[in-house]
Write a protein of this length. Structure first.
Length: 95
């Protein structure tokens, strides 16, 4: 049975990203929200992890403002956003 781990990564004064890492080699890694890529990139590097999905809750800068930085480090990551969310300009799948 596989398990997942959710790591809370704080940024700014009162915001958080959530990093979802399933157990097992080559399992996809996902993150929820990306207002500040720095702490997330630091964690991924420290844990020797890649990034497969960037899940965005909404378009405010403190939740989606640093997606471009994440994509420059992980260009094959898939960005997922709410259907009809037109303020997020990065190429993204809508759900």
């Amino acid at each position: 049975m596989s398990t997942i781990s959710v790591t809370v990564i704080p940024y700014f004064d009162d915001n958080f990203s959530y990093l979802i890492t399933p157990s097992g080699q080559n399992s996809p890694v996902a993150m929820v929200d990306c207002g500040d890529a720095g702490p997330i990139l630091d964690y991924l590097e420290k844990e020797n992890l890649g990034l497969d999905y960037i899940l965005l809750t909404h378009s405010h800068y403190d939740h989606a403002g640093d997606v471009e930085t994440m994509l420059s480090s992980f260009p094959n990551a898939t960005v997922v956003k709410s259907a009809g969310e037109n303020r997020i300009k990065e190429k993204a799948k809508e759900v």
